[in-house]
Design a protein around this ligand. Structure first.
Ligand code: BES
Ligand code: ZN
Length: 642
């Protein structure tokens, strides 16, 4: 299906033309046209905006799966910590969709291709000139009788999807550590492949490491494996490339239940297993509500603090930031989230990065549901309100075009376009559907959806069409096509969207107001029973400007500068930067130089960059921390310290 944009000033009408089984027409506000295009991406963007958007086309891959589709990957890699490279071979088995196809096109970024062969005979190949964020196409000439190729290659020490940590940058300080982060388009920086979420493949891998270290992957892992430096993996279910993951380190395993366990460095293993001890119950509850878990085991890998995300849903083995080990399970919705991706994301996958909301919106919706099943209504309500506030902040600050769930990402780096829209707007949309048709009916719909599209990668339009043929048909008096179109293809939040509310937050509002008006001192706030979410709500809804006296008053009463909870500390440090509260700055420096999770550090760098004095502090912290930051965290924040 083809959509045409007719740019009329800043507005465009999207008209659906062409036809397929998922025909649906829609109008939407177009991306703003930047007349002063200067960067490579800007030029590309202005070029693409006046042309057609092809639904289902992956604008972020050079791969040619429509002619030749990779089906299986066999990796054999040696991990060289001295040179900071992965070196070895990737064998790709493929299917010729077009029997006459003569070339296999793959994605690469900063890879050195040492040779390509088939049946032991060398094949011709070319590596194109690299694009700044898509990398370089690798085109291999494939003879008629060839259905698999072996590529000998090595990665660059700067590979965007790999972080190499020195022993000093780990908890144990004795051994180096390595981990990969492939989503969205970084798998190509450590494996030459068709790096598109619509290409699913099974994989096998042999990973060769220094003898005392252990390798784990998003595949079958053996917790009792001998530490002999050779590790074998297999992923028998077809997965998209962004879910291929590897970590190597001085790892240990602790079981948390029949199907769940945790891997981490020794020092934090017990704390992690205690913090995440509800993982097994979450797994059981989710299966009961939304259908069978398709991935055998569900383990967690706790990474060093430089991990740039909160979590990553690598199948069978979610990668998790240690910053959520709070000691009181207050931040475990992250685990619910990564687990939920086993259904929405890993089983039913977005076909392109424009469709990311199908992964993240469904997952965020499921996360709330899991939290409600495991921890009850109060926790669920508080988290829903906080999520709604995060969404509002983005709606208030993002360009209209970036508030559209099915976002136009043509010519843009997906790393740069990261917001709450696919997450919280997606979840709110699904919650509205749930409220309109009733939970029981909606759960049936979800169950059917996960079953129908299992192990497929689908577009927004396929989902909308499925929704129209199922739920909309059955509940035509309660749902409308137009309303669905509005949610998915228009910016903002539709009027009369569900409004999450929490009684536990009303008392916080009262306390904050009483304190702000001077009716009570901070020390008089009855906060003894407050949970982390209430503290976050208390802080996140403070007025922009507070006096030094007010800040000192709060800090004295609640020791906020010394909060051990990384989310509370984040909220407090942000307030401190915005109000130049210097007593918190030592902690701020320590925070920025010990955590690399982008969601926690980026807003702080951004706030600091607003003033010359702040920028100096940001530069000092960034320069000190840069070595240990992940390439993604460096990329996201270097602009603030220039
Ligand atoms: N899959 C995402 C992380 C991601 C998204 C990486 C897009 C690259 C591109 C992961 O499941 C996620 O959403 N992580 C969040 C968790 C949070 C919403 C609970 C994070 O890291 O903050
Ligand atoms: Zn997610």
């Amino acid at each position: 299906m083809i959509i045409k944009y007719f740019v009329v000033g800043a507005l465009a009408l999207i008209i659906v033309s062409g036809c397929s089984d998922d025909s649906s027409s829609n109008t939407a506000v177009s991306p703003k046209v930047d007349q002063s295009a200067s960067t490579e991406a800007d030029v590309r963007k202005t070029k693409t905006e006046t042309t057609t958007i092809e639904i289902g086309k992956d604008y972020h891959s050079f791969g040619n799966p429509e002619s030749i589709k990779v089906k299986h990957l066999n990796l054999d890699l040696t991990v060289d910590f001295t040179k900071k490279i992965l070196l070895g071979t990737a064998q790709l088995d493929f299917q010729k969709i077009d029997p006459k196809a003569k070339q296999l096109v793959l994605d690469t970024r900063d890879l050195t291709i040492n040779g390509v062969s088939a049946n032991g005979k060398p094949l011709d190949f070319t590596v194109a000139k690299a694009d700044s964020f898509l990398g370089a196409a690798l085109t291999i000439d494939v003879p008629a009788d060839v259905n698999d190729v072996v590529i000998s290659y090595q990665t660059s020490p700067e590979a965007s999807g790999v972080q190499w940590l020195t022993p000093e940058q780990t908890a144990g300080k004795e051994h180096p550590f390595l981990f990969t982060q492939a989503q969205a388009i970084h798998a190509r920086s450590f494996i030459p492949l068709q790096d598109s979420p619509q290409v699913r493949m099974t994989y096998d891998a042999t990973i060769r490491t220094p003898k005392d270290l252990i390798a784990v992957m998003s595949a079958s892992n053996d917790p009792d494996t001998e530490r002999d430096g050779i590790y074998e993996f297999s992923m028998p279910q077809p997965i998209p490339s962004y879910l291929i993951a590897l970590a190597v380190g001085d790892l240990y395993f602790k079981s948390m239940g029949e199907r769940t366990g945790v891997y981490s460095e020794k020092g934090i293993l017990d704390a992690a297993a205690a913090e995440f001890s509800d993982t097994e119950s979450m797994l059981i509850a989710t299966e009961k509500a939304f259908g069978p878990y398709s991935w055998d085991r569900y383990d967690l890998l706790i990474l060093p603090p430089s991990f740039p995300f909160g979590g990553m849903e690598n199948p069978r083995l979610s990668f998790i930031t240690p910053t959520v080990i709070a000691g009181d399970k207050s931040l475990v919705s992250l685990i619910a989230h990564e687990l939920a991706h086993s259904w929405s994301g890993n089983t039913v996958t977005n076909a392109t990065w424009r469709d990311l909301w199908l992964n993240e919106g469904f997952t965020t919706y499921l996360t709330y549901r899991i939290m409600q099943m495991i921890y009850g209504d109060e926790r669920f309500e508080m988290e829903a309100v906080l999520g709604r506030q995060d969404l509002q902040a983005d709606v208030d600050s993002l360009a209209a075009s970036d508030q559209i769930m099915a976002i136009d990402l043509r010519g843009r780096d997906p790393d740069v376009v990261f917001s709450n829209i696919p997450y919280e707007k997606g979840a709110l949309f699904l919650r509205e559907l749930e409220h309109k048709v009733g939970r029981e009916n909606f759960d049936k719909f979800l169950l059917g959806y996960f079953e129908k599209f299992a192990f497929q990668s689908i577009t927004t339009e396929q989902f909308v069409s499925y929704l129209e043929q199922t739920l909309l048909k059955d509940h035509s008096t309660k749902l409308s096509k137009q309303r669905i179109q509005q949610w998915v293809f228009e910016p903002g939040i539709p009027d009369e969207a569900p409004v999450p509310e929490s009684d536990a937050f009303s008392v916080v509002d009262q306390a904050r107001n009483a304190w702000l008006t001077g009716a009570i001192q901070a020390s008089e706030i009855d906060s003894e029973k407050w949970v982390v979410h209430q503290w976050l709500y208390f802080l996140n809804n403070m007025p922009d400007k507070l006096s030094q006296e007010q800040l000192a008053n709060l800090d004295k009463a609640f020791s906020l500068t010394n909060s051990k909870n990384n989310e509370i500390a984040h909220s407090w440090l942000l307030i401190s930067v915005n109000n130049w509260y210097q007593p918190a700055f030592k902690r701020l420096h320590q925070y920025l130089t010990s955590i690399g999770r982008n969601k926690l550090v980026k807003p702080l760098y951004k706030a600091l960059s607003q003033t010359p004095e702040g920028k100096l502090m940001a530069q000092k912290a960034f320069n000190e921390a840069k070595e240990a930051y992940h390439p993604l965290t460096v990329k996201a924040n270097e602009g603030f310290v220039e």
